[in-house]
Design a protein around this ligand. Sequence first.
Ligand SMILES: Nc1ncnc2c1ncn2[C@@H]1O[C@H](COP(=O)(O)OP(=O)(O)OP(=O)(O)O)[C@@H](O)[C@H]1O
Ligand SMILES: [Mg+2]
Length: 431
Amino acid sequence: MKDSKSEKLNRQPWKPLTASYCCSSDDRAIFGNFSRCRPSKSEFSKNIGGAPPLPSFRKLTFSDVSLGSSSARINEDLAQTFGGDLYDFQMSELRGATQNFSSNFLLGEGGFGRVHKGYVDESLRAGLKAQPVAVKLLDIEGLQGHREWLAEVIFLGQLRHPNLVKLIGYCCEDEERVLVYEFMPRGSLENHLFKRGLSISLPWATRLKIAIGAAKGLAFLHGAEKPVIYRDFKTSNILLDSDFNAKLSDFGLAKMGPEGSNTHVTTRVMGTYGYAAPEYVSTGHLTTKSDIYSFGVVLLELLTGRRAMEKARPKNEQNLVDWTKPYLTSSRRLRCIMDPRLAGQYSVKGAKGMGLLALQCVNLNPKDRPKMPAIIETLESLQQLKDMAITYGQWPASTKTGRNAGYPAKERRQSGFGCKSAAVAASPRSK
Ligand SMILES: Nc1ncnc2c1ncn2[C@@H]1O[C@H](COP(=O)(O)OP(=O)(O)OP(=O)(O)O)[C@@H](O)[C@H]1O
Ligand SMILES: [Mg+2]
């Protein structure tokens, strides 16, 4: 079982969307700019004399979903909304595209279900570009449900940006819910940072490039006319193209930000342990600053090569934020927790800059966390730094005994920031 799967915060089982449920404050925040959930006056007038005025998602119930007619209704509504921007596939077409969801084509599995590689081309739909795709199948018995599928279609159907993964189409057939994305050849950042068996570690410059790409995706969401809170920023949701350009995926938990004079959106607490901002976990108050906290956690993962939460570590090292905080303010301390797979091939100043930025992002006071444009500016300024630790005399971080390398004897005794932990960091990875 995947980390992210087992450590999800309060992932909800499949829930029917009833009229009152869909238009609860929680759902208004999700579907806020999707006209079907909150129709405008003009829409009411468009519907005069025809079908009921609020035909689609408001009426969706569990029993509706079991009926083909209801899926047809959803398809009709989505087709009306997204027109030619998204393809509405049939299951038979997707079976053909993935060799019947063959396990040979399995790309991965998350809380939503399994993801298979497939191929689509013009033989499926006129004008459809021949391309590999990733096909995500909703696991109806799983922890996420129709509601998240719909949120994903609605958000990704409308939001287009080079740093967001492109949704090509969807399938809603009887109880099947499927999402079809552009295929990202290098998979997720999680796989590159943490999976054993990948012999080549991500170089420092690539880590920086990925952080900047992901930051641009998040900046786009936060900077939208109606800001979007992503709510699930983590390494498994950062996908990589062949040139290591980062794209955010998984908008099932995304929310429209607060409107008017409201400072936050109140929601059920959902997300992934280790990444969720403490104030969000304790109050349910969600702001764009909750995403900034998660961004800081990912920066720490890029620096250390450790996961946000590692239960197999000693207690004081399980939570990455708590463990790293005392090391982030000086490059001499920082080297003790740098990812040993970098083997000193990182900029000392760059790592320090990233460490300080991460520290600001995970500030307990959300107001003191930086905004995305400032984060991008800082990260971009680190790209030109070439003072590699290995040539700068800052690596190896530890002596043969793995302790306190390079520290004056006095500091070693007093500071408690020797490199004892570096030896721990270099120990086999655990989940
Ligand atoms: N568009 C894609 N292109 C290539 N691989 C993908 C794509 N989308 C997903 N994957 C692969 O499938 C895996 C599972 O993705 P999925 O989003 O279902 O779960 P997750 O992100 O690991 O966990 P969670 O459900 O918590 O988000 C990813 O880690 C990635 O390796
Ligand atoms: Mg994911």
